[in-house]
Design a protein around this ligand. Structure first.
Ligand code: DGY
Length: 528
């Protein structure tokens, strides 16, 4: 079914949608986009079936944008000159990174199934192979722990190209099936996308019915294990749990002493230049945490909360969890599981309160918080804008965030940099200390549209199109040059090309925000 024909979430929830989004269109600037790269994949081998499926959906996209009988010149240029090859490469990339029911983020660098990568990648699969998309989530949840936690990495098959692998999380003679930590809970957001836009309703209903209790259990785990003090916001205990591994937000909290570590070899540096990866000192701290958790027995997650020397309220995790709660609520209503709506509403209520402590009125930004000292981490990072994606910021807060965001974007040719480019900690190549990440651009852009900032959302969309068109499916991008960095043929960049950049908002992932209007009632001026 075409996105536009689908009953709106607002109808389903009795008008609870915060704001509907206008479609982002290719702008005239993109007609002049110079493609300077050769395709990352030679001999493109997308199957005719993949291609037909994507083509059909793309045509639908173009018709829904132009609302006319034919395609406009801009649309034709956009479609034929800029995006056709990247979309075909994206499909091919997912097929190549498919190791049988799960998609690795990139060969060699990340040879297992990563939690938030996979949840995003499922949305990419959904664009051309829905059954495979559901399988991605099924396989991810096959690694779910009994207590509800979904681990950050599931080690389905052995690999020698990654450290720390299953024998470090477990023992050499008894390798672990997964890590003992988690990652941002994207699954409900992706599952809603699959369910809402399905062309195979029977399959979607069956899959969603199986998946719903597992996702619900994982959200319950977050609140039980990571918010035992009822703060309304959850804690991460390792920078790897944030997904933003070496964000400057962790610098002060990562000053604890390094333990006497067994000798280790960084395998990531065999695949990516050291200037684009976390430093040795940062890795020593990562491993200190890993070995301490192992000594405490990972399985006692409630104990870990109290013993970890690193305990942060992370903006990325909490914004995603908040937005995922909105989508889980939407799914609960669709599946007739009204009994859990009240529980989710309580999480949302408490979340609105919890986020208040993370706001700094003076700088007009949100910050992560060190739960052990109570101090806000003073680093201005792109995670500061993710409360827009959650829909937890007030209209005034959104205006201040946008003021900051405009300034950041005026200081680099390509946005959104992961750290304020004027901050001394900004490093344009080093992983989460400066580079642009397409998935973060998607979340920020989505949030901006909901708050009515269409112009700046369009700018971020255009930058994302330009970066992927020119540099290809890289892991992240230098905001100063647009050059691709990190891993090659990266699955979630491909998924974003398919599920966001190639689609109108009516059928792109996360196009509508739903949920109770708790905040709107407090702030009646928020655009609807
Ligand atoms: C890595 O190894 O870089 C990962 O981000 C850890 O999950």
């Amino acid at each position: 079914m075409a996105g536009e024909d689908f009953p709106s979430v607002g109808d389903a929830l009795g008008g609870c949608v915060i704001a509907s989004q206008p479609a982002l269109a290719p702008t005239p600037a993109l007609q002049n986009l110079k493609i300077t790269r050769a395709p990352s994949l030679e001999n493109l081998n997308t199957t005719p079936k993949d291609r037909t499926c994507w083509r059909e959906k793309s045509l639908r996209r173009l018709f829904s944008l132009s609302k006319s009988n034919g395609l406009s010149k801009t649309e034709e240029a956009f479609e034929d000159n800029v995006r056709v090859s990247i979309v075909e490469e994206s499909i091919e990339c997912l097929r190549r990174n498919d190791l049988g029911g799960y998609t690795i983020p990139a060969h060699n660098l990340y040879p297992f199934q990563w939690n938030w990568d996979s949840a995003i990648v499922a949305a990419g699969w959904a664009v051309f192979d829905e059954a495979r998309a559901w399988e991605e989530l099924d396989t991810l949840f096959s690694g779910q722990w009994e207590d509800g936690m979904v681990p950050s990495i599931v080690f389905h098959k052995p690999s020698t190209t990654y450290f720390p692998g299953p024998e470090i999380w477990g023992l050499p003679g008894n390798p672990s099936r997964s890590t003992g930590i988690t990652q941002p809970p994207v699954a409900a957001i992706s599952a809603r996308f699959l369910f809402e836009h399905t062309e195979n309703v029977k399959l979607a209903e069956k899959k969603m019915t199986d998946l719903f209790p597992k996702i619900l259990a994982s959200h319950r785990w977050w609140y039980k294990a990571r918010d035992p003090e009822n703060k309304g916001v959850v804690a991460i205990l390792h920078p790897w749990e944030s997904g933003m591994d070496n964000s400057p937000s962790w610098d002060a909290a990562m000053q604890f002493p390094i333990d006497n570590l067994p000798p280790y070899e960084r395998k990531d540096l065999h695949h990516v230049n050291a200037s684009m990866r976390p430093t040795k000192d940062t890795y020593d701290h990562y491993l200190t945490l890993l070995y301490r958790f192992k000594a405490e027995n990972f399985y006692d997650s409630e104990k870990l909360y109290w013993v970890s020397p690193f305990r942060m309220t992370d903006l990325c995790t909490n914004s995603i969890l908040f937005r995922a709660n909105r989508d889980l609520r939407w799914l609960a209503i669709k599946l007739g599981k009204d009994d859990v709506v009240k529980e989710i509403d309580e999480w949302l209520d408490r979340g609105f309160e919890g986020f208040r402590q993370l706001w700094d009125e003076k700088s007009g930004l949100y910050y992560c918080q060190d739960q052990l000292t109570g101090k806000l981490a003073d680093a201005p990072t792109s995670a500061a804008f993710l409360p827009l994606f959650a829909g937890v910021a007030s209209k005034d807060q959104a205006a201040k965030l946008v003021e900051n965001l405009r300034r950041w974007l005026d200081n680099v040719p390509f946005g959104v940099p992961s750290t304020d480019p004027k901050d001394p900690r900004f490093e344009p190549l080093r992983y989460w200390r400066g580079p642009v990440w397409i998935i973060v651009n998607w979340m920020i852009c989505n949030g901006l549209l909901h708050y009515g900032y269409d112009d700046i959302a369009q700018r971020i969309y255009d930058d994302s199109v330009a970066l992927t068109s020119n540099a290809g499916l890289k892991e992240y991008f230098d905001p100063k040059t647009g050059e691709g960095c990190g891993g090659e043929l990266f699955s979630w960049t491909a998924a974003m090309c398919l599920a966001w950049l190639d689609r109108p908002n009516a059928i792109s992932i996360g196009h509508k925000m739903s949920g109770p209007k708790i905040h709107l009632e407090q702030d009646s001026t928020l655009p609807r």
